[in-house]
Design a protein around this ligand. Structure first.
Ligand SMILES: [Zn+2]
Length: 281
C-alpha cells in the first residue's frame, strides 16, 4: 500500500530477471497531470528529477545517474517504442502522455514501489518506471506495452498474467541479444516446457524467466498468425485451454506452435547460464 485507501500495490511474487507489471486499482485519475505512482515519485524528496519531454511522454531522469548522462539517446527510443506497441495490437492513441521515470538501480525501484523489479508499469495512470545502468538496459518496450494494452483493452480479466506479460515481452522482442523464442527453446531443452494449463492458471508461481519467455514466444506467434482481436477477447474474458481463437482451441494452437518452432540462432550453454543468472537485460 503506498497511499492509504487510494492505491494498492500488488505484492505478488517478485520478478528478478525480467520486468514486472503492476495492475491494480487507482481511485483518482486526473486526466493530464501526473497521477498515482508518478505523482508519488515526483513528490518524493529523496529523488531529484531532471524533467524532459518527448512526443507522447513526460520523462524524468534521476539526477547524476547513468540515464541522466545518456538522456538524449534514451529519449529518442521512447516514441518508436510507443508506436511499436500501438501497431502490434492496433491500439488507438493514448488519452495523455506517459510519465516515464529512469532509475539507476533496483534499490531505488524498491523505494518507490515497495517490491523488487527492474521495470514497472502502472497502466491506469500511464506511469512507467525503468532501471537502466551500464550493466542493464531499460525495458521501455515491455513496460510501454503494458500501458498501451490496458488503455486499449481495459482492465484484464483474472488469470491473464501470461497474456499481459507475453504481450509485453513480445513487444520487447529480445533477451540478451537473442530472440525470445531462441532463448526459450534453449531453456526448454534444459528445463522442459511449462504446461499450457499451468501457464494459464499459475503463471506468477513459475520461474519468471522461463514463464515470461514462453508466454512471449507464444503470444508473439498468436499475434503474427491471428492478429490482436482474439487476444483482446482473451484479455477481456480470460483464457482456458479450450478457449477458441478463430474457431480453434488455444491448446491445439499451442501444440501446433510448439511443433513448428525452430531456433534461428543457437544459444550456447554458457550464454544460457549467464541469462539464467543475470536475466534478459
Ligand atoms: Zn511486465
Amino acid at each position: 500500500m503506498l497511499f492509504d485507501g487510494v492505491l494498492t500495490i500488488n505484492t505478488r511474487r517478485a520478478c528478478f530477471l525480467v520486468p514486472c507489471l503492476a495492475s491494480f486499482p487507482v481511485l483518482f485519475l486526473p486526466a493530464q497531470e501526473p497521477a498515482g505512482l508518478a505523482a508519488a515519485a515526483l513528490a518524493d524528496s529523496s529523488f531529484t528529477w531532471i524533467h524532459r519531454a518527448a512526443p507522447g511522454f513526460r520523462v524524468y531522469f534521476l539526477a547524476d545517474s547513468y540515464a541522466a548522462a545518456n538522456q538524449d539517446s534514451l529519449l529518442a527510443r521512447l516514441p518508436p517504442a510507443l508506436d511499436h506497441a500501438r501497431s502490434r495490437i492496433r491500439a488507438p492513441a493514448l488519452d495523455g502522455p506517459i510519465d516515464l521515470f529512469y532509475l539507476e538501480n533496483r534499490a531505488q525501484m524498491t523505494a518507490l514501489i515497495g517490491g523488487r523489479a527492474t521495470g514497472f508499469a502502472q497502466p491506469s495512470t500511464r506511469t512507467v518506471l525503468l532501471v537502466t545502468n551500464p550493466e542493464w538496459r531499460g525495458f521501455e518496450r515491455h513496460e510501454i506495452m503494458h500501458v498501451v494494452a490496458q488503455d486499449a483493452w481495459g482492465r484484464p480479466a483474472p488469470g491473464t498474467d501470461w497474456l499481459q506479460e507475453g504481450l509485453a515481452q513480445a513487444a520487447d522482442g529480445v533477451c540478451a541479444g537473442y530472440s525470445n523464442a531462441d532463448v526459450m527453446l534453449a531453456l526448454t531443452a534444459r528445463h522442459g516446457w511449462i504446461p499450457l494449463d499451468t501457464m494459464l492458471t499459475s503463471f506468477r508461481a513459475q520461474p519468471d524467466l522461463r514463464a515470461y519467455l514462453q508466454a512471449a514466444a507464444f503470444v508473439g506467434y498468436l499475434l503474427q498468425h491471428h492478429g490482436p482481436e482474439p487476444l483482446e477477447e482473451l484479455w477481456r474474458r480470460g483464457a482456458r485451454p479450450d478457449s477458441l481463437i478463430r474457431g480453434r482451441p488455444l491448446a491445439a494452437l499451442e501444440r501446433r506452435w510448439r511443433g513448428k518452432l525452430r531456433p534461428r540462432q543457437e544459444v550456447s550453454a554458457t550464454t544460457l547460464s549467464a541469462v539464467e543468472s543475470k536475466g534478459c537485460g
